[in-house]
Design a protein around this ligand. Structure first.
Ligand code: CTP
Length: 244
């Protein structure tokens, strides 16, 4: 907890500034693990708070013509597939109370400039969701709480086959090919190693109502302290005792 000293020798509080910022929750986990369901349930249960959801998918790079021509060789599960600089700047703006326009990503055309962009307003809680949101330390540092959704690989694959064939109009051979070539190796090499950064690991994703209830209770407690610190910015003891 950082405090600064004034000329009078009295600490002024940068902690008070910190507590004006929203509570940021990161939700990571393998593709089709149920991250979206977990986020939806948290948002639903926090109905009386201002909550926004930011998806890492919105920050996929647009593909060049050359990459588009050979799209089946493109690795969408590698950290380099995302524009992390843009993600960071959008998150920083939101944390500092500015609205941002977040691109809409179209999985069918592989483009992230689908018009219109989504206007996201600053809120009390920001949930950042995506397969690799724990990968970059700069993104991790923005988070007050990190959740990893841990769902068995066979369940993830079954959901993915259903989703990619039904919603994205892909054929099953292409889905299985992408899974063995990119999705599974990237899960082992990049996603699973970030599980160690999680504060909370949720087995069975959105089916785990007990875990979601506990998480929501914890967020509510933190938001209560957040409000208290906004009203009484000189409550140093509260800051240092309860900081996550
Ligand atoms: N992906 C793809 N085609 C693209 C872009 C991404 O198939 N043009 C795939 C990547 O291969 C990656 C997945 O999308 O595996 C990431 O999205 P995912 O985490 O499955 O989406 P969510 O809906 O957030 O997942 P969940 O079921 O956990 O909510």
């Amino acid at each position: 907890l950082e405090t600064r000293n004034t000329e009078m020798g009295q600490p002024t509080t940068s902690a008070a500034d910190m507590f004006k910022q929203p509570f940021v929750i990161g939700v990571a986990g393998g593709a089709a693990s149920g991250k979206t369901t977990v986020c939806d349930m948290i948002i639903q249960q926090l109905h009386d708070q201002r909550v926004v959801l930011v998806n890492q998918d919105s920050f996929y790079h647009n593909l060049t013509e050359e990459e588009l021509a050979r799209v089946h060789e493109y690795n969408f599960d590698h950290p380099d597939a995302f524009d992390t600089v843009k993600l960071l700047s959008s998150m920083e703006k939101l944390r500092h109370g500015q609205a941002v326009d977040i691109p809409n990503y179209d999985f069918k055309s592989y483009k992230n400039n689908v018009f219109p962009a989504r206007r996201v307003n600053p809120s009390d809680v920001i949930i950042l969701e995506g397969i690799l949101v724990f990968h970059d330390p700069r993104v991790r540092e923005l988070m007050n709480m990190k959740i990893f959704v841990d769902t068995d690989a066979d369940v993830r694959l079954a959901r993915r086959i259903r989703r990619d064939t039904v919603e994205k109009g892909r054929d099953i051979a292409t889905v299985l090919d992408q899974y063995s070539k990119f999705v599974k190796p990237a899960f082992d090499d990049f996603i699973l190693p970030t599980k160690k950064y999680a504060d909370i690991i949720i087995p069975r994703g959105g089916d785990n109502h007990v875990a979601i209830d506990l998480i929501v209770q914890h967020i509510r407690t933190k938001l209560g302290q957040h409000d208290l610190c906004k009203i009484y910015p000189n409550l140093y003891v509260i800051h240092s005792t309860f900081q996550i």
